[in-house]
Design a protein around this ligand. Sequence first.
Ligand SMILES: Cc1ncc(COP(=O)(O)O)c(C=O)c1O
Length: 285
Amino acid sequence: MSGVVYLNDNYVAENEAKVSVFDRGFLFADGVYEVIPVYNGKILFLKEHLARLQKNLDLINIKYLINFLDWQNICNKLITNNGLDRPLYIQITRGNENRRNHDYSDDIKPTIVAYSLPPITLGNCLTAKSINVMTFPDNRWNHCDVKSIALLGNILLRQIGKKNGCDEVLLTRSNGFIVEGTTSNYFIVKNNKVITPPLSSDLLPGITRQIIIELCKSNNIDFAQENILLEDILNCDEIWLSSSTKELTSVVRVNNTVINNGQPGPFWHRIANLYINNIKQILNG
Ligand SMILES: Cc1ncc(COP(=O)(O)O)c(C=O)c1O
């Protein structure tokens, strides 16, 4: 998909956007990223995404201060040039010192890239097919709260799902807690209560997850953050995934267990609609 790429203060054509082979992003996956939804030219939850990006930069000691207005301008330029419904991808790596050393200088200049992803449609999840997922031991590192570009763990786990006919893999830490998917957070419903795992270094603090929690609270839906085991999932009434681009995806099979007779459940229906309506209101507001 063609378009303009923002690269270190310049806007360049996609085929001219080049980064050194010595960039630490290329050498070590030493960087962080964000994916920000855009609908009809409007950026969704930009403050929240930039705040998470800043937190991640700080966590891995990349010295770069995000200026909200500058980034709003960059995002709007990309949207104007590339399309009104294309989510934005931002990647900041530690930069390039023309060598391959694990250690780095404190004054290294980060490499900053942003571009538009393929278009998405708001409310897609309401008509999308429900999916099958499987569980698998989580062999990623111990800082899964960092939105790192080092996604090898996620990629290999996701591929195991694909080979087994599953669209997502839910990851089990060594203590038995199932923390998140390879590209999503998740919620279960049991006895009319919506439950998601509490935040920890084992999972990404999803922006969509947070919005759903707020919607549960403001609509008096019984909600808790609790650790979840495989048996809780296999005995749940509903399970769904959340992410910025996929919204709320209903799951109807986990491993060999069919959930809710293979149909999306009433809580998913209600909360997915609340979520989409909430976004529509934000976009119109
Ligand atoms: C591992 C992981 N967990 C959770 C999420 C959901 O986060 P968000 O709702 O901010 O898109 C993502 C999104 O890409 C992810 O990669």
